[in-house]
Write a protein that binds this ligand. Sequence first.
Ligand SMILES: [Zn+2]
Length: 493
Amino acid sequence: MTTHSVDGVPAQRDRDSAGVARASWLSTVDRYRSALSAPDDDRIWSRRLETASAAEITEIQAVKLRALVRYLHAAVPFYRRRFDAIGLEPGDIRGLEDLTAIPPVTKQDMAADLAEHPPWGTYTAVDEPTWLSKGWQIFASSGTTGAPRAFRYTGFDRETWAWSTARAMYAMGFRRGRDSAMLAFGYGPHVWLWGVHYGLNLMGIPIVTAGGLATTARVRFLDMYRPTILACTPSYALYLADVMKEMGLDPAETSVRHLFCAGEPSMAVPALRARLESTWQATLHEFYGCTEAAPSAGAHSCAEVSAAPGEVSLHLPGDTHLWEVVDPDTMAPVPAGERGVSVVTNLLSEASPQLRFVVGDYTRLGAEPCPCGRNTPRARGGFLGRADDMLNVRGVTLFPSMIEDAVRRVPDAGVEYEIVLTAPRGLDELMVRVEATAGFPAGDHGALREALVREIRSRAELRASVEILEYGVLPRTQTKARRVRDLRAETAA
Ligand SMILES: [Zn+2]
């Protein structure tokens, strides 16, 4: 119970017990890794784990959870303090039924800890000596709400990350000997595509390196080097297609057969999915995770789900992560199949094995078997967006992805748009500013505006004013697009 620390430096005895707990955790993780360097068969990478029964997965999760709680108690001061505050000893957590005794961790909890312990906070298992002896790379949360939170991941994490991401991409149907991939990102501190990079390395799928290149150069690379997989955010996939058309090339005619997206909702937005797939004549796949606890293959689609029209779902591998869906107000688990926000426990990481971290995206959990043969739980309907991003407009709850769905249904609407909220007379006003497609005649803006107003009213159940902009006016981004400007505080009279 006592930490015996002076200026944050743990006493020798604590360092010893942290070392023992760390070794025990790493060997537990190792015990449940299979098919590390090559797939088990031509359909499923780690067959035993991905087709395990619910009872077998529960047993694996219980073993890992017990080792994890001991590890966090011994090696992660943030969790030690939280356990002490509620009088929780590691031995109190015997199985999944004890999980809800542990309070969920929010981004705000981490931000408060970071403010007290800059620049890293104390919520990871990596201190300075560990970083310098075992460190791999730093990844940072995008910092849209407050100071960026940086995570120092280790070499062990690089291996588990590559393995679990390879499993996800194998489920999507990516194969050595047939595919090559372009990763259209700047190799910055965002997590997702680094995992894809190392996962592709493990799978033996070659990479058309395109980091740091201008979009026009990427278009030329696509045209010349003919990758079959394009990995980027959904916004960037649409923008890249636009630039390609400006250069006289047709994205539908390229070698790209798989669009691999993350960072923003894509499969959960039907009209966006349809637009991406028709623009590129390619199949959309999605990956879902967070910097904090599930960069290593959180949820992912599979080839069978991607091939089918209608409701989408994402696999949630149970041996590597423990997913819950909770009520955002009470944080209590919701009954199976009901909507709530996502909470994850990372059962795979040395550096950031977060316990009940609130990722905060709306979804529903389902346990029905998937035609692909994987027996994991699934996020039904995919992920609609972070609860933090939800807007309340005149009392109506609005996900920005609903506006996206409306905009993507109108063929003459361009790729870029923004949502502007004001409150000129104390009353919320929703304005959606949408670019027309390149070359769209200005004389037809009236009809385009009408079509958008109609779609927004039917998708979002809100009246919006729509402004049509000339093509090319709004900013473009490679990472998460910022499409909402909430000016209500400034504009209220
Ligand atoms: Zn499946």
